[in-house]
Design a protein around this ligand. Structure first.
Ligand code: UDP
Ligand code: MG
Length: 319
């Protein structure tokens, strides 16, 4: 099979048929064998009914139904698990992404040798308000910096193409769908490209991601990913380092306080109490913090040693 299209959807009943017909037309015109996996993420409208009807007509339509709304990442994860095509395309259900882009995205994977090609939404002004586009720019700049994938402009684009291997070796969870290129890179798939794609205004329904908290959460997720990828397997390296630093500062302060006291004692001059020196408090805080950080590091090591993922490595090939 050439292509699997994975479509996560949440209350998109009006768009599903049109989307499917469009995908089918493009696939037939290009002579590609394909399947479409719709992942119904706990929709409360008629989406599931529509999908069932479609499956009766078209055997290449598959669908997964979540009992409740888990989010886009879990939906993608389950779609990826079942995907069989050599190239896997993800696409939003709201008709904002154009299926016409599929053949070229596939060509970039198959012929140009990319592992992942991300869409870069052009002309998005029509659809989205400024309050969405400006934070998006900021978000992408940060994501580029942290992930080290400097050639991507649009991490969050729903339209992406993957070599099958890639989706089988990454684990999208929580709300990490925004950082799939980062996850792919961490898994060792470094040929990541970008293609400008057409993007239209939403025709039916409204956006399922609203409000500012998605940006706060987005940044926190990025922080988590960065931490996991740099220190996840060796927490002591960060906590131990910070702990040592604190301890050292504390130790220097102790030397200053103690030294001062000793010198005064030996010279027989009147000496103030150690508690009246600011260094006493610095020493106290730093030593406490240092110990805490060390303990955190040890706990982190214990946790990671017991984790099921401790020996999960990416093996590209085997004989
Ligand atoms: N979606 C989903 N589960 C959710 C929220 C959204 O499967 O909890 C789907 C939604 O149906 C759509 C895609 O994810 O197919 C992108 O959502 P949306 O178009 O609302 O996001 P936006 O384009 O506004 O960023
Ligand atoms: Mg959308």
């Amino acid at each position: 099979m050439d292509v699997t299209v994975v479509v996560p959807l949440y209350n998109e009943e009006e768009s599903l048929r049109e989307l499917h017909d469009w995908i089918k037309r493009v696939m037939d015109e290009n002579g590609l064998t394909y399947e479409v996996i719709f992942v119904n993420d706990g929709s409360t409208d008629n989406s599931w009914q529509v999908l069932q009807d479609m499956q009766k007509e078209y055997p290449e339509v598959h669908a997964i139904r979540f009992r409740r709304n888990y989010g886009k990442s879990p939906a993608l994860y389950c779609g990826f698990e079942r995907a069989q095509g050599d190239v896997v395309i993800t696409m939003d259900a709201d008709l904002q992404d154009s299926p016409d882009e599929i053949p070229e995205l596939r060509r970039m994977i198959v012929e140009d040798g990319y592992d992942l090609v991300s869409g870069y939404k052009m002309n998005r002004k029509q659809g989205d308000p400024l309050s969405k586009t400006i934070p998006t720019k900021l978000f992408n700049a940060t994501a580029r910096k942290v992930s080290g994938i400097h050639n991507l402009h649009d991490f969050n684009c729903g339209l992406k193409a993957y070599r099958k291997e890639v989706v089988k070796h990454i684990e999208v969870f929580g709300e990490m769908h925004r950082y799939i290129p980062y996850l792919a890179k961490e898994a060792g798939f470094s040929r990541i490209g970008e293609k400008r794609v057409h993007h239209q205004a939403r025709k039916h329904g409204k956006s399922k991601f609203m409000g500012w908290n998605r940006f706060v959460n987005g940044y926190l997720d990025l922080l988590t990913l960065w931490f996991l990828s740099t220190f996840g397997k060796k927490p002591m390296h960060v906590f131990g380092f910070l702990g040592t630093l604190m301890f050292l500062l504390g130790f220097i302060s102790v030397c200053i306080v103690g030294g001062n006291k000793l010198v005064c004692l030996m010279q027989g001059v009147p000496h103030p109490l150690v508690t009246s020196s600011p260094y006493f408090y610095i020493a106290l805080t730093m030593m406490l913090l240092g110990t805490q950080l060390f303990l955190t590091g040890f706990l982190g090591e214990l946790v990671s040693r017991n984790s099921q993922e401790r020996n999960k490595y990416q093996i590209a090939e085997e004989f």
